[in-house]
Design a protein around this ligand. Structure first.
Ligand code: ZN
Length: 185
């Protein structure tokens, strides 16, 4: 399903988004996307978000995978070997340019310690991972969670300028759809 210009949603273990641009980019890998992929951006290392990472990488041996290096331990725990195709993501330093979209890294270490969101301020689009949903926030009861940061993470994301949020689960939404009273820790 097309959710924005050049961006399609594939429902799998998690919402997986494909940007069909000059750079072919996948946000998360909860769906076994069969087409060409140049870059994979991971919002975090939970199993449902990396379920098809190995499959997509094996069909696209040149692709680069970006994830916060704080997630390496979790990736290893989930059976992913972090080889040289993996690159770190750093807020304010990493911008992924697909052509139309310039995705900035927003670090939100709460749901997991290396969780990130991807934000394009020009196109006003936010990939929120498992930090905010339309009517709730991500779980913070995992060993890899940092529950104390969740309130800051929600405030940080809600303070960004966006017109569309593409979350890790559930339906995409606009700012006016957000049930803010349910986004509390
Ligand atoms: Zn998760």
């Amino acid at each position: 399903m097309e959710v924005a210009d050049k961006i399609s949603l594939f429902k799998g273990e998690c919402n997986t988004y494909y940007i069909d641009d000059k750079v072919k980019l996948l946000v998360d890998a909860g769906f076994d996307y069969q087409g060409k992929v140049d870059v994979i951006l991971l919002t975090h290392g939970h199993e449902d978000h990396i379920k098809y990472l190995g499959a997509v990488m094996s069909r696209n041996p040149e692709c680069q995978v970006f994830i916060s290096l704080k997630e390496v331990e979790l990736l290893n725990k989930n059976g992913v070997e972090v080889g040289k195709q993996f690159k770190g993501l750093y807020e304010g330093k990493t911008v992924i340019d697909t052509g139309k979209y310039k995705l900035e890294v927003i670090e939100v270490p709460a749901h997991t310690r290396g969780s990130v969101a991807f934000w394009d301020g020009g196109n006003k689009i936010l990939f929120s991972g498992d930090t905010i949903f339309k009517d709730g926030i991500g779980r913070t009861d995992f060993p890899e969670s940092v529950p104390d940061f969740m309130e800051n993470a929600v405030t940080l994301l809600l303070g960004l300028d966006f017109e569309l949020v593409l979350p890790g689960h559930g339906k995409h939404f606009k700012p006016e759809d957000i049930e803010e009273d349910k986004l509390t820790t």
